[in-house]
Structure formats: structure tokens, C-alpha cells
Design a protein around this ligand. Structure first.
Ligand code: COA
Length: 360
């Protein structure tokens, strides 16, 4: 039995939420009443924002209002780039994002939610271009949030399948129960602090490899393995050396993460464009071998693919560089964080747990 300090708060209920429900035993994720698979298949990121912030799937007119509000806020975020000082100089995208978002001034919560959601892809794209010695590309007001992110990255209009794949990803990871970054944001919100501070904190939590930082290493792993025939040998060596297999295992899920399946389907849809084929074949082989080897070592605990495993393959197929995987995760999850901060504020009670003194 682990001491409470080593338990990681497994199973401890810290809030009531109407935003999402994670059923780890049956592998189900429901977001504001909608199975994640439905959202991944048919929603845009604007729909996901409407759902998170207004608790209802937006009508066509509401979607258009949200699209316009986000587009306008992306322009405002772009205008802020010259005032960010050295924030985007960091070699690490999440560090750059944390510093850049820290420059925003707090205002009214709902307006700040739109500003933050718009600012993350603008800052992330500008950071990526800066690290490759290119000037930032301004947002285009006529584009959807997903399309504009890709446009700001590449400097050219993206094709429809890639925009649809990015929308699928952004809808897939917008919220996920009381995950570490969401909890961190809610703790800050419970003190009565502002939304910008809560989101800076959440970005810091998401940065860690045990939370949102795994997809880059997943791709490094696929590169290192190279061919399906090599998977078992490579994975065995890693496990023997005491290292974890990135993209495998989850605190809550005891079956395969439903988001892994949803993203795998979204990648299949991209196969027609020639963007994903060989990678997807390799990823499936690695997943199969990793699952088998982990089952042999941990028969008591199901360690299956998590969302980050296929995130890596999908984002690569879309053309997003691996250094931007975690910032792209933040570009989606920020909508969930903002909704949780709003929800926590309504509770109006400070989160202040206890500890057991074991010192001298
Ligand atoms: N590879 C190898 N072993 C793993 C593993 C992995 N990916 N995930 C868990 N384990 C092992 C642990 O080493 C531990 O073994 P031990 O009891 O012999 O020490 C056992 O399984 C239980 O692990 P624990 O750390 O208690 O699980 P957790 O609920 O705290 O971990 C994760 C959940 C996600 C942090 C963990 O599975 C992990 O590190 N995965 C890799 C990183 C990743 O993909 N992160 C993205 C999450 S969405």
C-alpha cells in the first residue's frame, strides 16, 4: 500500500463537473454529453469551444459567431508579438508558450477565454517559425481556427484533409476529467486568481512528459525502431533498462484509451493523401508488441496505448513538427481549462488539502 503522498491522489474526487466524464474501466469519454468519437468524427474546434463554454452544441449561427470572435482575437494576439520581449526565444515550445501567455493582462473571464484560446496557436506558430529563422505569418480572418493554425505555420493555405484531421485532434483532447493540468488550473482558480494565471499554471503542468509531453518521444521511439520487425527487440531493451514506453499506460484507463482509437481512425482517413501510410503500419506493430511485452511484465495492470501514441502519428501526418506537439495539445486543452476555471469559480471555495507531517 502506497503512502498518501506517493498515491498521486488516485481515485480522490476533488470536484463535480458537467464538462467531461472518463470511464476508465469501459474506456469511455463523454464531453458535455457527447461521446468523444462523435466529436472527433463531425465537430470543428469552434463546436468544441461552444460545447465547453456554453454547455450546448452550437447552432450554425453560434458557430459562426465563435469562429469570428476567435479569428478577431487571433489578429489581436498577432499584434502583440512585438511586445513579447524574449518570450519566444526559448528552445522549448512549452517554455516559450508559458512565457508568452504570461504577458497577457487579465480582464473579464469570458473575453479572456477567447483571447487565450486564440493566442496559443498564434504564439506557438510564431515560435516555430522563429526557431527555424522565418518571420511570423499573420492570421487570416476568413479561416477556421484549425486552418489558420496550419496557415500560420506553413505560410500557405492547408488542404482540407489536413484541416479536418487537425479539427479531429483538437476536438479529441479538449477536455479529459480531472487531469493534472486541469486540476492545477482549478487550484489557481479556487484562490480567486485570474484566468491568465490559471492557464500559465496549466501550461506548466502539461509540459511534463508524464502528462502532455509524450508524443514527441513517441515519434523518437518510432524513428529509433524504424521497422516493424525491430519493435519487439527495441522495446525489450528499453524495458530491461528500466525505461517506460512512451504513449503506453494511463492512470485512469484499464482498457485502450478511446481517444487512441478515435485518432487512429482519423489517421486512416488521411491515408488517402499518402501522408500516414508507413508510419501507421509501424505504429500499429509497435503498439501490438508493446502491449504484449507490458502484459508479460505487469499482468496485474493493463498498460495499453494512450492518446499520445496516435497523437504523434496524426500530428506528424498533418505536417506539424514534433517540437510543436505539446503546444498543439495546449491549443486545444486551453478551451477545457477555461471552462473548468469558470466552473471552479462558481464553487467559490478554496482548494486546500491536508498533508501528514513526517518530519523531525
Ligand atoms: N512503460 C513501462 N512501464 C510502465 C509504463 C510504461 N509506459 N506505464 C506504467 N508502467 C509500469 C510502472 O513502471 C509501474 O511498475 P512498477 O509497479 O513495477 O514500478 C507500473 O506500471 C504502474 O505504474 P504507475 O507509475 O503507478 O502508473 P501511473 O498511473 O502513475 O502512470 C502514466 C500513468 C501515464 C504516467 C504511465 O503509464 C507512464 O509513465 N506512461 C508513459 C508516459 C505517457 O505515455 N504519458 C502520457 C499519458 S496520457
Amino acid at each position: 500500500m502506497r503512502s498518501p503522498s506517493a498515491s498521486g491522489l488516485d481515485g480522490v474526487v476533488v470536484a463535480e463537473t458537467a464538462l467531461s466524464d472518463v470511464d476508465g474501466e469501459r474506456g469511455r469519454l463523454v464531453i458535455c454529453g457527447h461521446p468523444v468519437e462523435d466529436l472527433v468524427e463531425r465537430a470543428t474546434f469552434e463546436d468544441a469551444c461552444g460545447l465547453m463554454w456554453n454547455a450546448a452544441y452550437p447552432s450554425a449561427a453560434e458557430r459562426e459567431d465563435l469562429r469570428a470572435a476567435l479569428a478577431d482575437a487571433r489578429q489581436q494576439a498577432f499584434a502583440l508579438l512585438p511586445s513579447l520581449g524574449a518570450a519566444l526565444d526559448s528552445a522549448d515550445g512549452m517554455e516559450a508558450l508559458r512565457a508568452a501567455i504570461g504577458h497577457l493582462r487579465a480582464g473579464e473571464l469570458h473575453a479572456d477565454a477567447v483571447r487565450l484560446t486564440a493566442a496559443i496557436p498564434v504564439f506557438a506558430a510564431a515560435w516555430a517559425r522563429r526557431t527555424s529563422g522565418q518571420p511570423p505569418v499573420p492570421p487570416q480572418p476568413g479561416l477556421s481556427h484549425a486552418a489558420d493554425y496550419l496557415q500560420m505555420l506553413a505560410g500557405a493555405a492547408p488542404d482540407r484533409p489536413r484541416v479536418a484531421a487537425l479539427d479531429a485532434y483538437l476536438c479529441c483532447v479538449v477536455d479529459h476529467g480531472m487531469n493534472a493540468s486541469t486540476f492545477a488550473a482549478r487550484v489557481v482558480a479556487s484562490t480567486g486568481s485570474d484566468l491568465i494565471s490559471a492557464i500559465v499554471t496549466a501550461i506548466g503542468a502539461l509540459k511534463g512528459p508524464l502528462h502532455g509531453g509524450a508524443p514527441g518521444p513517441v515519434l523518437d521511439m518510432l524513428d529509433a525502431i524504424g521497422h516493424p520487425d525491430q519493435a519487439a527487440r527495441w522495446l525489450t531493451a528499453e524495458l530491461t533498462a528500466g525505461r517506460r514506453i512512451m504513449g503506453m499506460g494511463h492512470r485512469i484507463y484499464r482498457v485502450r484509451d478511446p481517444r487512441a482509437a478515435a485518432l487512429e481512425r482519423a489517421i486512416s482517413a488521411l491515408e488517402g493523401t499518402g501522408a500516414a501510410g508507413a508510419r501507421l503500419t509501424l505504429a500499429r506493430a509497435v503498439e501490438r508488441d508493446a502491449e504484449r511485452l507490458l502484459r508479460e511484465r505487469h499482468p496485474e495492470r493493463a498498460l495499453r496505448a494512450n492518446v499520445e501514441f496516435y497523437t504523434a502519428v496524426l500530428l506528424e501526418a498533418i505536417g506539424i513538427p514534433r517540437t510543436l506537439f505539446s503546444p498543439t495539445f495546449a491549443a486545444s486543452r486551453v478551451a477545457g481549462w477555461c471552462a473548468h476555471v469558470d466552473e471552479q469559480r462558481r464553487v467559490g471555495r478554496l482548494i486546500r488539502p491536508a498533508s501528514t507531517y513526517v518530519g523531525p
